[in-house]
Design a protein around this ligand. Sequence first.
Ligand SMILES: Cc1ncc(COP(=O)(O)O)c(C=O)c1O
Length: 488
Amino acid sequence: MDLIYEKSSPGRRAGGVPQYDLPRVEVPAALRRAAPPRLPEVTEPELVRHVTALADRNFGIDTGFYPLGSCTMKHNPRVNERAAGLPGFRDLHPLQEDEGAQGALDLMWRLQRYLSEITGLPGVSLQPAAGSQGELTGLMVMRAYFTDRGEGPQRDTIITADTAHGTNPASVTMAGYALEKVATDARGNLDLADLRTKVNERTAGLMLTNPSTLGLFDEGIEEVAEIFHDAGALLYYDGANLNAVVGHSRPGDMGFDIVHINLHKTFSQPHGGGGPGGGPVAVRDTIEPFLPSPQVVRDGNAFRLDHDRPKSIGRVRGFAGPFGVFVRSYAFMRAYGPELREMSDVAVLNANYLLARLRDVFELPYDRHCMHEFVLSARNLKREHGITALDVAKRLMDFGIHPPTVYFPLVVPEALMIEPTETEVKARLDEFVDAMLQISREAAEDPELLRTAPHTRPVTRLDEVRAAKEPVVRYDFAGHTTTQAGTR
Ligand SMILES: Cc1ncc(COP(=O)(O)O)c(C=O)c1O
């Protein structure tokens, strides 16, 4: 497929800018660019075709099954887009004074209340823009809490599981804490014996996903909470897997003190291309004063942004947070109403259905019912036929299915992490099983077919090492001498 620069022709335009009829403003010579920017010049139909062709080459939840474990790639209800596009929301200026933004503040206040109910924790800040930023915010809040108690320098370590998502250790390091890892036991829970040797007076807290990235609910969570609280430390809940437990169990009731929620996963938001997301943080009442500022508060029937929060860690994102995400998540919750727990019921049911149908063909490292996702190992295929998890993932693309997450969590060799979500019908789940069963047969009968897959995609097997080490991320104008500055 040609690049847009290779379709460029001088003087072509996709649209016109209205004539400027105000006095011309001279840009100071020092700020003026010497040559026009090298932009492609194409007509609107050519531009639309180019972008559509690019989109067609992509996988997305709107084109097929997308069981990318931990990412919760569920259908995004279209009515949410309509709500987010209402002019009163869409056209609201972020600097609009509170009196003129009552509807938006009302929605944000209600969303805070819903998240408080779902997590079982009273204080909520909507500001963080993603799960990872929620993690950093939560840890900054934790530090502010301990500093306020005079324990800041003493408590310098955060404990994470060896199954933790990569953002957990990254956030711990960014927040200035030392990192300690705790092992997973034979049932996929935190290893309590290992944990007890690591928690002490230097521990600030635990950072844990429950269910874990293995898709398993930690059976010892109450004991875990006791160990940390007895040591004066706090528990942080990485809410990326909240899709499994909404309406069934609440992090606050499990003993967690600080939680982030990935709005874009659990409460839907198109997020496959990297955004926009939402990572609100919910906390216990004793920690609430340290949440980011401003907070949305209600005075009688009026809503306002409260900036008067002396103990707050301050602002972590521009304006009041990713507002469009709030509208979609709020609309999502209202569409379910009190039946929101059915979302988690079906997510867990779908995952267990797939697990039951695939467990005899792939290895199952932890033989338990799963929550909303599960992890298989392709180790048997590797041992018997030299076929890896990567080969399985690549071959799935030939069936029009987005690969599951592979090689994560790190504790499972040749890991395939599968999350179907609640929005898939049984026929689609069965298609996935059929594809996986066919792939396991192919591993024995025609392994080369898998090693060279995918065969039907616009891009076939890449040299992954080279792609990582020598990425081409810039158009090489010098190598394409026919494409001059803005001309061809
Ligand atoms: C378990 C877990 N924690 C944290 C994150 C980070 O969330 P985000 O991608 O919104 O930054 C993810 C994202 O995939 C995750 O799966």
